[in-house]
Design a protein around this ligand. Sequence first.
Ligand code: 3PG
Length: 418
Amino acid sequence: MRFGIQTLDGFEFCGKTVLCRVDMNQPVNRETGTLKSTARIAACVPTVRELSDRGAKVVLMAHQGSDIEYQNFYCTKPHAKELEKLLGREVKWIDDVTGPAARQMISELKKGEILLLDNVRFVSEEQTLFEMKLALTHEQQVMTQVVRKLAPLADLYVCDAFAAAHRDQPSLCGFEQVLPSAMGRLFEREYCVVSELMESPERPCVFVLGGAKISDAFIMMETVLENKAADQVLTGGLVGNILLAAKGEQIGRRSLDFIYRSNYGEYIEKARKLYERYGGKVMTPLDIACVEKGERKEYGLGNVPEEAAAVDIGSDTIKRYREVIFGAKTVFTNGPMGVFEEKVSESGTKAVFEALGETKAYTVVGGGDSVAATAKYAVTDRLDYICTGGGALIRFLAGEELPVVKALRYGAKKFGGQ
Ligand code: 3PG
């Protein structure tokens, strides 16, 4: 047991059917539906290999994407192929989650075999609980389709999805109520590292926050500014655009339309309040980049054309942000500075991540897109810690007991180990 949770050491797995929830959620190429990174799939390998080696019949549950907003809501077939390559052993896949076909396949698994079910969020209960107020208690989650149909086929439940530990969903929090459960190796390692992470960061401590997961970024900003963990926050991506809009800066009509269309208008008001309280500590872009006729064009604030769509931070911002990063002793980064998937709009993210690789500061990067960016800019080996979790890490640092941790602790008390 660690942190009041069972580990894989607490169980015998030989011949047992083990439901294992992993997080293989990856950035996806919107045109082709192919995975742009396989980092989170690779991170699942140690637990899956260990379960299979120890003779378990391994049934993997995973999600890919959440809704059409991020345009990455796909099936998990490519993940099975990738996992198979990384493991060097067969990974079966089925386009079903809880139906008769999936249940039949689970019941026919042999010792050591691995099966990945389709995107667990194709089951509506998993989807409707995503960031919604319509929450079910963990006891009520026992009555959901996913738990009712799959739990009777299994002996044990393992959760290795630290990156989704902030989601209160049946595949993450329901099984612990009815099956002996444990955290997987990745979960255990990440929980351990992040517990130590912010206890006493070396100063100055800088947070670089970007990307498009706005609620996560605002929770993070509010928390680290309020509890004084951050000496400085650097912003980019959609987060930076919202902050600029809150300052009354022109960011272009198309940028502003996107903010309102995505229902992020309320964050402009939140950003204003943030400025009132912590103004000097929050840095916003000094200039932005747009794409015009396929070419990158940069504009200083005050000169941004009315119709523009900001897709990256500009060169002056890059220079300034790199200086701040080089002056820091601890740098935590979550989210890219722009649309780094496209060459024309990758400079900001590239420069910031390269600075993370060069600085002597203690560097931590969290979240799916950021992990992909570290791989793309070849800085993975030069960072101190890469956490698969973004939102989970943020909420953890905010002092919340993550729903999955709560469920696993409950499971440990109720069923113990063996
Ligand atoms: C993540 O990418 O942070 C995790 O996989 C959780 O995904 P979600 O934000 O779609 O719930």
